[in-house]
Design a protein around this ligand. Structure first.
Ligand code: SF4
Length: 393
């Protein structure tokens, strides 16, 4: 079965005010050793099972665009040596405006990267300052221009709404400005104020409030309707792809997660799911490098590597619940009754009969019409998706 590869790059120049991701600042001196460790982990996993077919590679962070193109060349060579890449393999890089230039993006494109995901977050100068992003609106425009000139014809823009100080009009302006840039894809999430971040401190001191839930729902609705009117298909709760008869711009890598297909997680803090095992790598850069630099380590079965702090076999019930929770995120496609039976040898309506009946009665999910029976969220269900997912825990 085709796998996807997720490779984590946990380096940033500076920590944004809302960020609780697994990333570090002031550690750029460790980048060369970290890249060597990544290459070693890739080798170990590919030696355990040679020539795994790979149809997407995603470098996420952190700020992957801080890594020189020459280092990506080494990583990609290691992947090509140990895995079997499909001819149309999607190779994505998360990039932050303010870290990009023409030469860099042209170099990446030449190496085979074919998708860039740009962390825009907002196109309002006031938002960018309060979020403590390193970039300006100008940097965003330049980044998109560089990417296009380099040859990228598949660009994602990440945006955040529901900022505590944001009103509907400010969000509309950001959204419309972003649409003007004509990306092929949008990932748009509402802000969560995470403990341990400066935003959380401001919240605790009463300097900012949580965004009003009704206003946040209005912002989400505005997003859905505006993007629909601009020819973007809403295919996942937080993701939209430009409609194109000749090409599918949905993110292949993320579809792998949502459809319950296997992926390998490489790098500090990366998660994987393959061969019925869920894997979690050690979080810190130092420990990751240390583990991967050991000459001798206990042999572990695929997909094990010395970087992992856990490798758990996932029982059938959990796999079925995950399949429902993650699959229902696909707002149009939903979960297929046929695929469920094929994967688990049981009927979805038998295992989750009560949950399905209750959620249909509440108007949150429905069966799709058409040849293949699929269960998907209703419009009301999209707004109350967490309630739906919790039903399958
Ligand atoms: S660029 Fe992204 S990963 Fe880095 S600190 Fe900001 S939000 Fe976190």
């Amino acid at each position: 079965m085709d796998h996807s590869l997720y490779i984590h790059i946990p380096f940033c120049r500076h920590r944004c005010h809302y960020c609780d991701f697994n990333t570090s600042t002031g550690q750029s001196g460790l980048i060369p050793a970290y890249i060597e460790a990544l290459i070693k982990e890739l080798r170990i996993v590919s030696l355990a099972k040679p020539n795994i077919p790979i149809h997407s590679i995603y470098f996420g962070g952190g700020t992957p665009s801080l890594i020189p193109a020459s280092m990506y060349e080494k990583i990609l060579n290691a992947i090509k040596a140990g895995f079997k890449l499909s001819s149309d393999c999607e190779i994505s890089l998360e990039a932050n405006p303010g870290t990009l230039n023409q030469e860099y993006l042209t170099g990446l494109y030449g190496l085979g990267f074919n998708r860039i995901s740009i962390g825009v977050q907002s196109l309002d100068p006031f938002d960018l300052v309060r979020l403590d992003r390193i970039h300006s609106i100008w940097d965003v425009l330049e980044s998109v221009r560089y990417a296009r000139f380099a040859g990228f014809d598949n660009i994602n823009l990440d945006l955040i709404f529901g900022l505590p100080w944001q009103d509907l009009e400010t969000w509309r302006k950001t959204l419309l400005r972003a649409i003007d840039l004509s990306p092929e894809h949008f990932s748009i999430y509402s802000l969560i104020i995470e403990p341990g971040t400066p935003l959380f401190n401001w919240y605790q001191k009463g300097l900012i409030k949580q965004q009003d839930q009704d206003l946040e729902a209005d912002m989400y609705e505005l997003t859905i309707d505006t993007l629909k009117g601009s020819n973007y298909g809403h295919y996942e709760i937080s993701n939209w792809a430009k409609k194109d008869q000749n090409r599918d711009f949905r993110c292949r890598h993320n579809l792998q997660y949502w459809l319950g297909y296997p992926y390998l997680g490489i790098g500090a803090g990366a998660h994987g799911f393959s061969n019925g095992f869920r894997t979690i790598n050690t979080l810190t850069i130092h420990d990751y490098i240390e583990r991967m630099s050991q000459e001798n380590h206990m042999p572990v079965p695929f997909p094990g590597t010395p970087a992992q702090i856990s490798m758990d076999a996932i029982d059938l019930k959990t796999q079925m619940s995950d399949f429902m929770m993650v699959g229902l995120r696909l707002v149009k496609e939903g979960v297929s009754e046929r695929r469920f039976s094929k994967l688990f040898g049981r009927s979805m309506t038998e295992i989750f009969s009560q949950e399905i009946i209750r959620l249909i009665d509440q108007g949150l999910i429905e069966w799709s019409e058409g040849e293949e029976r699929k269960l998907h969220l209703t419009r009301r269900g999209i707004f109350l998706a967490n309630r739906v997912f919790m039903a399958f825990v």
